[in-house]
Design a protein around this ligand. Structure first.
Ligand SMILES: Cc1ncc(COP(=O)(O)O)c(C=O)c1O
Length: 381
């Protein structure tokens, strides 16, 4: 059962012509939740879209709202087809199964700090049966081309599992929302093509990357064969992801979705909220980025450690406490919530020293002020 302190709902107010929501706990205390951009509550406009959705059985391909969303996404990314799935994890898994053709001697190359490697339950191995070479990313989420060359195995030797797929992550979450530019994706695509490999982008936050780099999703992802896009992160929908790629890739991905239990029926009710998010909530991400940048520069100036010397491309800020901090790292999340109503997540990398803050639709300037003031006044002597 939810306790009154943890239950959160959203109140709406009108700012100009926009309805803006804010999270409150049941005792009417304002909550600023920076643990992730997955915590947003659906907006009034999204809920309205759900009430207007026309639906059908999507396993039979008869849900017009899902079909419209898939067409829209395919066009946006300049790919032939798209597939709507419940989660980002399932989108990535369908991509791996489809690219590797259910082939148990396939291998993929992934970043050691990627979500697919760290946080998807080892699904590539235990569900897809695909082996994996993990290579390090530098602090800008870039692979060394030599590492890719060294990791590549063709199928001309019985010792080898054939390198079939390279996965990128854009934006790269665990390195701090780094946005990978189109030129880099193209160079990886070219190298993959020369070796008969495919490129998949875990694009849970690809729209953040497109906004930060001021480029269209199709230009950004031209060098990739497939992209998974989360509607439930910075775009603010309650659930859903889309996978885009060429027609045969999507046919196999659709079969994979069914095998994984992700075929849904009258899911246009939910897809309508995803469509609303993808058509209305992209440009506003620039506000999330500038709020994250403001947090980063204030914390850096106050003496906190930030990766990449405080450079923040999108909506994710990692930081560690300075040596002279008044508080221990274990104490900060509870104190922030108790005194400032701000939820933050800790325990990330470098021996669990790093905290992560993620800005999103339900965090406004006042929330950012409270966050900066709270962290600095609790930690800096
Ligand atoms: C980079 C990245 N990829 C994939 C996912 C998986 O998304 P989902 O939680 O919808 O499975 C996440 C979730 O946080 C993510 O950050």
């Amino acid at each position: 059962m939810m306790t009154p302190m943890t239950a959160v709902w959203r109140k709406y107010r009108l700012v100009g012509s926009h309805v803006v929501g804010r999270a409150f706990s049941t005792n009417n205390r304002r909550i600023v939740d920076l643990r992730s951009d997955t915590v947003t509550q659906p907006t009034a406009a999204m809920l309205h879209a759900a009430t207007q959705a026309t639906t059908g059985d999507d396993v039979m391909g008869e849900d017009p709202t899902v079909t419209a969303l898939e067409h829209h996404a395919a066009e946006l990314f300049g790919k032939e087809r798209a597939l709507y799935v419940p989660t980002g994890t399932m989108a990535n898994m369908c991509a791996i199964l489809s690219h590797c053709h259910y082939n148990k001697s396939a291998e993929m190359i992934i970043g050691s700090k990627s979500h697919i490697n760290l946080y998807e339950g080892g699904g590539y191995a235990n569900l897809a049966g695909v082996s994996c070479k993990q290579i390090p990313e530098d602090e800008n989420a870039i692979f060394s081309m030599d590492d890719i060359r060294d990791s590549y195995f063709s199928d001309n030797d019985d010792h080898y599992a054939k390198s079939t797929l390279i996965c990128l992550e854009n934006t790269q979450n665990m390195l701090g929302g780094v946005a990978l530019p189109a030129s880099y994706i193209s160079s990886i695509g070219k190298m993959a093509q020369e070796r008969d490999m495919k490129v998949h982008i875990d694009g849970a936050r690809i729209m953040n990357a497109a906004v930060a780099l001021n480029t269209s999703p199709s230009d950004l992802c031209e060098g990739a064969d497939s992209i998974s896009i989360c509607l439930s992160k910075g775009l603010g929908a309650p659930m859903g992801s889309i996978l885009v790629g060429e027609t045969e890739f999507i046919r196999l991905a659709r079969r994979a979705r069914k095998r994984l239990g992700g075929g849904m029926r009258q899911v246009g009710v939910i897809a309508s909220m995803g469509m609303h998010a993808l058509t209305n909530n992209v440009d506003r991400m620039a506000d999330d980025h500038s709020r994250a940048q403001r947090i980063a520069s204030e914390l850096k100036n106050a003496g906190f450690f930030l990766p990449r010397d405080g450079q923040v491309d999108t909506n994710i800020v990692f930081f560690a406490l300075p040596d002279n901090s008044k508080l221990m790292k274990e104490e900060l999340p509870a104190k922030m919530f108790e005194k400032y109503g701000v939820k933050i997540a800790g325990g990330y990398s470098k021996g669990g020293r790093m905290f992560r803050l993620v800005t999103h639709m339900d965090v406004d300037d006042e929330g950012v002020d409270a966050t900066i003031e709270g962290i600095i006044s609790l930690c800096i002597p």
